[in-house]
Design a protein around this ligand. Structure first.
Ligand code: NAI
Length: 256
């Protein structure tokens, strides 16, 4: 047996959309395991609050305001994170937005443009900004958060579904391209998770949906997704790349 480490202690991870939901849980789980965490979000104050909470618990974190739709901001923040922590080992592309509309509704083009920019283009931009730093890491990791909407689809959700399916393609292509450098690139597809994104759905509706669609008959918790992301970033996870992992309570497995 070699001694592959199951610890992310001392490694630096940048998480986007970390002020809420799964991004927040991811930041907190990594910090609890001893990683240095760059807590980034469009909502700068929310990111500050999450980082302050981590520091109050004895963890290492710093907040950055980062709109992933803005390339200049991405380049500046990624460089500053690497400077601050003395490197960058993992990137978790988590920030995302939702938006439902019919394909022929007015405003579709605007929704499409925003969705692709925030949920897909941002991923490649952050990866490109992070690459020079990841190349210096002993355990370089990229985790992209997509959705079960990348694997199946819901009516009126075509822009989101297209962006998320794009993330799975980007993941595979970059896993193949960067594999020779030892950089792993994987994708997590959450199913229905209790976060800011789904908070607006009435409890009763959420319950009916979960019972009808998931094998586990319930919504998932943000930390149930964060732990898979953490596992993919462990140095020991060095032979898994290019995969798309549903974390969906069995939603994709269930026919009836
Ligand atoms: P959330 O709404 O709780 O958190 C999303 C975070 O992203 C927020 O803090 C928000 O400020 C931030 N954000 C939005 N636009 C941004 C931008 N342009 N730049 C930087 N940050 C931005 O949502 P949740 O559910 O935690 O979402 C995380 C990821 O999981 C998203 O990519 C979402 O599409 C995905 N997802 C969520 C599911 C769910 O059931 N909640 C299911 C499948 C995927």
């Amino acid at each position: 047996m070699t001694e592959l480490s199951r610890s992310v202690r001392g490694l630096t991870v940048l998480v986007t959309g970390a002020a809420s939901g799964m991004g927040r849980a991811t930041a907190e789980v990594f910090a609890a395991e001893g990683a240095n965490v760059a807590v980034t979000d469009y909502d700068g104050e929310g990111a500050e609050a999450v980082a302050a909470g981590i520091v109050a618990q004895g963890g290492r974190a710093k907040a950055w305001k980062l709109d992933v739709g803005d390339k200049a901001e991405i380049d500046a923040v990624v460089a500053d994170v690497a400077r601050h922590f003395g490197g960058l080992d993992a990137v978790v592309n988590n920030a995302g937005i939702s938006g439902f509309t019919q394909i022929d509704n007015e405003g579709y083009d605007e929704l499409w443009e925003r969705m692709i920019r925030v949920c897909l283009t941002a991923h490649q931009r952050i990866i490109r900004a992070a690459l020079p730093h990841l190349r210096k890491s002993k355990s370089p990791r990229i985790v992209n958060i997509a959705s079960t909407e990348a694997l199946g689809a819901t009516a009126l959700d075509s822009a989101y579904s297209a962006a998320k399916a794009g993330v799975t393609g980007l993941t595979r292509a970059l896993a193949v391209e960067l594999g020779k450098e030892g950089i792993t690139v994987n994708c997590v597809c959450p199913g229905p998770i209790l976060t800011g994104m789904t908070r607006g759905i009435p409890d009763e509706q959420r319950d009916i949906y979960a019972k009808r669609r998931t094998a586990l008959r319930r919504y998932g918790l943000p930390e149930e997704v964060a732990h898979i992301t953490l596992s993919l970033c462990m140095p020991a996870a060095s032979y898994i790349t290019g995969v798309t992992i549903p974390v969906d309570g069995g939603l994709m497995a269930r026919n009836a």
